[in-house]
Design a protein around this ligand. Structure first.
Ligand code: MG
Length: 182
């Protein structure tokens, strides 16, 4: 028993010291009639609002989960339970900032981020450059390290029927001391 605990700790330490780590995150929220919603830290004008405990920013929730996943640190629900009153209407930028702080403490930096938003309307093409900048500034990196893709769902499923918005994010982290080697 004792040996396996020691072994687990060693494996964990070695994993933590890997030069790169990868993470994915996804999130979906339902939409209701309303006056717009937050997405990637920006307000999107729309005839819909997001149903959520926090501000319901699916892109920032997926980004937070991707970073936590890369660090092997669980998920956003463990860090910020939606049963806690303090998280009600909380700006999702707080969640990203907390994940970035954990990343910094673990000795990692952002390599790059690739994100997909699934939303039937409005079309987000014109917002994408601003969204890149918004994510980059939250992460403290240059916008070239962030890619944002927007897709519709061809009028099928919850997203396609305009009942939901969702996002997927992949993130690569690398150890800070490897920065000059890459
Ligand atoms: Mg969420």
């Amino acid at each position: 028993m004792e040996h396996s605990v020691i072994f687990d700790e060693r494996v964990f330490r070695v994993q933590k010291q890997r030069p790169t780590r990868i993470g994915i995150g996804s999130d979906l929220h339902r939409l209701e009639n309303g006056g717009g919603f937050m997405l990637g830290g920006l307000f999107v004008e729309s005839d819909f609002s997001v149903i959520a405990h926090s501000d319901g920013d699916v892109l920032l929730h997926a980004l937070t989960d991707a970073i936590l996943g890369a660090l092997g640190e669980g998920d956003i629900g463990e860090l910020f339970p939606d049963t806690k009153e303090e998280n009600r209407n909380r700006p999702s930028s707080d969640f990203v900032k907390a994940a970035v702080e954990m990343m910094n403490r673990a000795g990692y930096r952002i390599g790059n981020v690739d994100a997909i938003i699934n939303l039937e309307k409005p079309k987000l093409g014109s917002l994408k450059p601003e969204m890149k900048k918004s994510l980059a500034s939250l992460l403290g990196v240059s916008p070239e390290l962030v890619n944002v893709k927007a897709k519709t769902a061809e009028q099928t499923g919850a997203v396609g029927e305009g009942k939901a918005v969702s996002a997927e994010v992949a993130v690569l982290l690398f150890r800070r001391e490897c920065e000059n080697e890459s």
